[in-house]
Design a protein around this ligand. Structure first.
Ligand code: NAD
Length: 380
């Protein structure tokens, strides 16, 4: 049994709690979790959520969770600006860490977290849930076998509409303390997918925009919006693939879209997280009379769908991705190795985000940090 602590019980806190309850039933080989201690901003909320989620103890002080000797692993699901202090305290207390994305509001803080993880020798993972999708894993396998030939063009978009209403109230994601906006809040997800499916980004140029300059405060009056809800990035990958990345948190009608279009010399692959149980494949090897996109439904042979369901076509959901992510995290702990990706990889993606932001500020193509010695690629 491993003792679990949870800090934060909002949207992601509940997703983590559901995954902690499900993981032992879905994956019988993992160490069984024991829900020990839950932390929130005050005792009353902590006690109520501990009752709902099934945690034995509750505290209005997050440090009580960190210092609880019965806690081996902490799920950290507080707003971004709290991640650095809390994550470092968790690691220094000798606990394994599962931290929500994005890592931290600045690269310097992300680097400090990665350093703390290294020094602690504990397993530390970041919440890149989408790379765990059976559909994404299958796309990776198809790319490895070059079913669509050599990939030359990638388009990836992440859009939601939770900030689309100009009358929606100002909240923490509008504060500069939380980061730059859609780019570091959202783009870390598509960039994690680019990383696992295609490798490293070589050079970038970005434009960022604010759809609304200010927003109403719950307490009355208005406050200037400090973050950018829209970002458009052109990029070139080290392997020569040309790409675009578009992110928008104010895109009416888009609810949880992560759309990927991959074009190769012998076909193409399409995927959208809003329809996460299917992907589209177009192959030039089909007879011309039947060429067209075929829809492939995710089924038991797309691992680890079969751990959830024996029947094809019934579908997984977002919370199942969190359970798969947790299984990978627990496997890393059991094997005494780093999670994949670990905080060093997450910090690398954070650093790439900073380079993208620098390119928006300068209006120039910028090399990604890994390829800083190569000349920046200019548009033709
Ligand atoms: N992986 C994903 O797909 C995904 C999706 C959404 C959000 N997130 C990330 O999850 C994190 C949380 O986002 P959310 O949408 O759940 O936010 P939220 O506002 O719904 O929840 C945050 C929770 O943290 C609690 N909290 C705040 N300060 C605290 C403190 N000092 N001590 C203890 N608890 C505290 C709040 O009371 C609240 O319950 C963010 O970093 C966000 O970027 C990840």
């Amino acid at each position: 049994m491993v003792g679990v602590g949870l800090i934060g019980t909002g949207f992601m806190g509940k997703c983590h709690a559901i995954a902690w309850s499900a993981v032992g039933a879905v994956f019988p080989d993992v160490a069984k979790p024991r829900l020990v201690h839950l932390g929130e901003v005050n005792e009353e909320l902590a006690r109520r959520k501990a009752g709902e989620f099934g945690f034995a103890k509750a505290s209005g002080d997050w440090r009580a969770v960190v210092n609880d000797p019965e806690v081996d692993i902490v799920s950290l699901t507080t707003p971004n600006q709290f991640h650095p202090e809390m994550a470092i305290a968790i690691l220094e207390a000798g606990k394994h860490l599962w931290c929500e994305k994005p890592m931290a509001p600045s690269f310097a803080e992300a680097e400090a977290m990665a350093e703390a993880a290294k020094t602690s020798g504990k397993v530390a993972a970041l919440g890149y849930n989408y790379i765990q999708s059976p559909a994404i894993r299958h796309i990776g396998a198809l790319l490895d076998e070059k079913i669509i030939g050599e990939v030359n063009h990638l388009r990836i978009e992440m859009d939601e509409d939770f900030m689309a209403d100009p009358e929606a109230l100002f909240f923490w994601k509008h504060e500069a303390a939380s980061g730059y906006g859609a780019l570091d809040d959202f783009a870390v997800h598509p960039l994690s997918l680019v990383s696992v499916l295609f490798g490293r980004v070589a050079s970038v140029i970005c434009d960022m925009a604010k759809p609304y300059a200010d927003r109403k405060l719950a307490t009355g009056g208005r406050r200037a919006v400090e973050t950018y809800d829209i970002a458009s990035v052109l990029m070139h990958l080290e392997n020569g693939i040309a790409g675009t990345l578009q992110v928008n948190r104010s895109a009416w009608g888009r609810k949880g879209r992560i759309a990927i279009q991959i074009f190769g010399s012998k076909g193409s692959i399409l995927f959208d997280q809003e329809r996460m149980n299917e992907l589209q494949l177009y192959l030039t090897s089909d007879r011309p009379t039947e060429q067209g996109y075929r829809t492939i439904l995710i089924a038991p042979h797309h691992k680890p769908y079969d751990s959830f369901l024996p029947a094809p076509g019934h579908g997984l959901g977002f919370n199942d991705l969190k359970t798969i992510e947790m299984k990978a995290f627990l496997d890393a702990i059991a094997a005494g190795r780093n999670s994949n990706p670990d905080l060093a990889e997450a910090a690398r993606i954070g650093r790439l985000c900073e380079a993208i932001i620098d390119s928006a500020a300068s209006g120039q193509w910028i090399n990604s940090p890994e390829t800083a010695t190569a000349p920046a690629r200019a548009p033709p």
